[in-house]
Design a binder for this molecule. Structure first.
Ligand SMILES: [Fe+2]
Ligand SMILES: [Fe+2]
Length: 472
């Protein structure tokens, strides 16, 4: 059952009155933000069948019930401590982990936590109009599930700021509610979180690729020497898995439906005439969100990343799987782009930590694309989706300022301008998508024409379950 405390938690909040008061002071501001910037039109008269984290017990951490969104019980949950845990990498390798923030790393840690924290409310803001165009009640519920959990991730980061960073932390917690996605004066910190998400193909690609960047970042933070940060992010990963499930299966269901419509249209026919989403449009949205999410991993050569690693603040995903955890003199072979051509050079591995994480990320994405292509294959369709080259459409790092096609072939600026909508969504594509999503589907068990139903419902409920119900 959900605890009766004002803020459900497993951190003994009632034993720390100062912290409890500070968070209870922040709570109404959070709720106000949720009402203003959260799902529009679904706050007061709808009940949503969502899961709520009630503990970190792997067997029963989540509880499902109908709630009105502003009444969701956002709580603070840290994974259980690992007894005798030691620092797993960097210059302090083997020493006991920290329960407090060392003064000399205060600024770096605050920056890492604020940057992660900023993405959580940002995505809720980006997605706040999607409910009005939903393809089904099942999907509507999934959208809101993702939204409330991103809200809980904000709580997780705000807990750390309030607990370990004093006055500065409290100020940062306020600012997390003040910046707004896409706002010209007070934008969110990272670019992908300022892009609008106003159709469901964008939403599914975002949860597939951008939430997966969340997974890489959380995996690397869960290695941190700051134990509370490690424990917080470890539990966030449990929730994150569902967000990527929503994205991957959402696109898979669109592909499934597209294949059916292609058969009806006689393969060479235009799927759009039947109200479906053609494969080239799907590929363009994949290109867009994959490239934006690559940027989120930061510059290829980075002294910040080196310093995070050296100081034990942010490690590699699955640090355990490496032999050398100090990597003082190890090298990484990296491709550079100089005078219009690729050149291979060795850089210090510590300076390449962003790229190491990006490698992990690209592999994880590629596996997802293989699963999507199996659907096309099963329908006997020869088209395939693919990840664009990592040089394509980059705005951060060594490839920003240059132009490449999705195969990584360099392009002159004018060729890019002429051809970019062959590879990225055009306003025409967006208009088309909005046109087929104009009518939301609120009837249980019914699905929009462009998407197949899921294989099964949520929490063993039937597919035609009333996942979102309207209060009388
Ligand atoms: Fe999140
Ligand atoms: Fe997420």
């Amino acid at each position: 059952m959900i605890s009766a405390e004002k803020i459900p938690n497993n951190v003994d909040l009632s034993g720390n009155k100062r912290l409890q008061r500070a968070l209870e002071h922040w709570q109404p501001k959070y709720i106000q933000w949720w009402r203003d910037m959260g799902p529009q039109g679904f706050q007061d008269y709808h009940q949503v069948y969502v899961r709520t984290a009630i503990s970190v017990d792997p067997e029963g951490w989540a509880h499902f019930e109908y709630v009105k969104l502003p009444e969701y019980r956002w709580g603070i949950f840290l994974a259980d401590p690992t007894p005798g845990r030691r620092i797993g990498f960097g210059d302090f390798f083997g020493q006991p982990v920290w329960q407090e923030v060392p003064g000399e790393f205060r600024n770096q840690l605050r920056r890492l936590i604020v940057t992660q924290g900023d993405t959580e409310p940002a995505s809720v803001e980006q997605q706040r109009w999607l409910g009005h165009r939903c393809p089904s009640l099942y999907d509507l519920r999934n959208l809101f599930q993702v939204n409330v959990e991103e809200g809980r991730h904000l709580w997780a980061m705000v807990y750390l700021l309030h607990s370990y960073f004093g006055r500065d932390g409290r100020d940062e917690a306020e600012e997390l509610l003040e910046r707004q996605s896409g706002n010209r004066d007070k934008p969110r910190i990272l670019e992908a979180f300022n892009e609008p998400i106003d159709n469901w193909l964008d939403f599914f690609m975002f949860t597939m690729f951008t939430d997966r960047d969340g997974k890489s970042q959380l995996m690397s933070l869960s290695e941190s020497s700051l134990d509370p940060l490690s424990r917080t992010t470890r539990f966030m990963l449990t929730e994150e898995a569902h967000h990527m499930f929503v994205g991957e299966t959402g696109v898979a269901r669109i592909l499934e439906r597209t294949c059916q419509l292609m058969k009806e249209a006689g393969f060479s026919g235009d799927v759009r005439k039947l109200g479906g989403i053609d494969i080239p449009t799907i590929q363009k949205h994949l290109n867009q969100w994959f490239s934006l999410s690559l940027d989120l991993h930061g510059g290829e050569v980075s002294s910040n990343a080196a310093s995070y690693f050296a100081n034990g603040l942010k490690g590699r995903a699955k640090e355990d799987s490496y032999d050398d955890h100090v990597v003082k003199n190890a090298h990484y072979t990296m491709e550079f782009f100089e005078q219009g051509r690729p050149v291979t050079k060795d850089v210090l591995l510590r300076n390449a930590m962003n790229e190491v994480l990006r490698d992990w990320y690209v592999g994880d994405c590629a596996a997802g694309v293989v699963r999507w292509n199996r659907i096309l294959e099963a329908h006997g369709i020869s088209d395939r989706l693919k990840l664009p080259d990592r040089k394509f459409n980059r705005n951060i790092g060594m490839y920003s300022g240059f132009r490449f096609d999705p195969d990584g072939v360099p392009l002159a600026q004018e060729d890019w301008e002429r051809r970019k909508y062959e590879w990225l969504p055009s306003s025409n594509d967006s208009e088309y998508l909005l046109s087929i999503m104009a009518e939301p589907i609120y009837e249980p068990g019914k699905f929009a024409n462009y998407i197949a139903p899921p294989r099964r419902g949520i929490n063993q409920q039937p597919i035609d379950f009333e996942y979102v119900r309207t209060e009388q």
